[in-house]
Design a protein around this ligand. Structure first.
Ligand SMILES: CSC[C@@H](O)[C@@H](O)C(=O)COP(=O)(O)O
Length: 347
């Protein structure tokens, strides 16, 4: 498989090279990011998106934010780091990987307290690159566990994009599809369009098609009929934050798909790295759901599709109750209900 890394540093380690996902599938363009403000903007505008990729970009972003610091003392340097960190943390609220990566960078900084500022900067660079490397390894393991639950020729449904460009490797929900492709499984994948920003049709369909996987795009309101017609044997989705009881935030529309899957007796799998499991968030009710601007609904892609003067409500994520989830597939293994009890064993 041709692995795309959506966010990485250049050779000189002084810029982030970011695939601008807002331009896909029409244009495959990489942008260069130097300033912490540009990292913030890229996350906010979804140039880089998908929980693990946001974490990777945040790691690089906070490093770039302090790389040229002129601070003379640890305290001064730490203050500058905290400012960059808090600023990046304000870009999007739901995907826990953003906070996970930023906290991890801060922990490393504190651990290296006794080193010189120059050495601390080198450690931060190392940590940010480690986050990317680990993400690639985790994706591969998740893909293997996921594939163990599937059989050749299955029809699979996915929602949003939890593929290579949402991570740094095989992806999470799309990982078993890529691995299956390598083994000749011949899956038939249905990709929900995923309104309002169409990550399913713009990104998932693009990615799978590039990899030669049989993919069919459906509008979000068609999931029920394809399930009823027996075209779907399993649903695979990614996650932005899994609460301690297994309730899972993912792209808006995911919970509806899960409810339908239960009705039709189709297994519903959530795939994600353990960095997306937030044991400090007890249930889905405690997850902060991002609200985005109404223009995404009425004028997402340059065509006005509703009277702009009416009211709009645009939550970017919803929470799937744990009772609809068959299993949560992580790099450490497959977790089945009761999630409250079994997720704990991963940590
Ligand atoms: C492996 S990515 C998992 C999730 O982050 C993905 O399914 C999703 O909901 C992404 O939402 P987005 O708003 O495009 O960042």
């Amino acid at each position: 498989m041709n692995i795309i890394v959506p966010a990485k540093l250049n050779e000189a380690k002084d810029k982030m090279i970011l695939l601008d996902q807002t331009l896909l599938p029409i244009e495959t363009k990489y942008v260069e990011i130097v300033k912490v403000e540009d990292t913030w903007e890229a996350i906010k505008k979804l140039r880089v998106r998908g929980a693990p990729a946001i974490g990777v970009a945040a790691g690089f972003g906070v490093y770039l934010g302090v790389k040229d610091s002129m601070a003379k003392t640890y305290d001064e340097f730490y203050k500058e780091f905290k400012e960059a960190k808090d600023y990046l943390a304000s870009s999007r609220p739901t995907a826990v990987n953003l906070f996970w990566a930023l906290d991890r960078m801060e922990r490393r900084l504190i651990e290296e307290k006794d080193k010189s500022i120059l050495e601390i900067k080198e450690c931060l660079l190392e940590e940010s690159e480690e986050i990317l490397k680990e993400d690639q390894e985790m994706c591969k393991k998740i893909s293997e566990y996921g594939l163990s639950l599937l059989k050749p020729e299955m029809g699979l449904l996915t929602h949003c994009n939890a593929g290579g460009i949402a991570t740094s490797g095989y992806g999470t929900a799309l990982g078993p599809m890529y691995l299956g492709q390598e083994k000749g499984y011949n899956f038939k994948v249905f990709s929900d369009e995923t309104r309002p920003l169409n990550q399913g049709s713009r990104l998932t369909a693009w990615e799978l098609n590039e990899a030669g996987i049989d993919v069919t795009v459906i509008c979000d309101n068609m999931a029920s009929i394809v399930m009823k017609q027996g075209k779907i044997n399993a649903v695979l989705v990614g996650c932005d934050r899994v609460a301690a009881n297994g309730d899972t935030a993912n792209k808006i529309g995911t919970s509806g798909v899960a409810i339908l899957a239960k009705e039709y007796g189709i297994p519903f799998y959530v795939l994600g790295p353990t960095s997306t499991i937030d044991m400090d968030t007890p249930t889905g009710d405690d997850i902060n759901i991002e609200l985005r601007e109404s223009k995404e609904i009425y004028n997402g892609f340059g065509k006005v599709t509703a009277p702009p003067q009416v009211k709009f409500y645009n939550p970017a994520f919803d929470v799937t109750d744990n009772k609809y989830i068959t299993a949560i597939i992580t790099e450490k293994g497959i977790v089945e209900p009761p999630f409250e009890e079994n997720l704990k064993k991963l940590f």
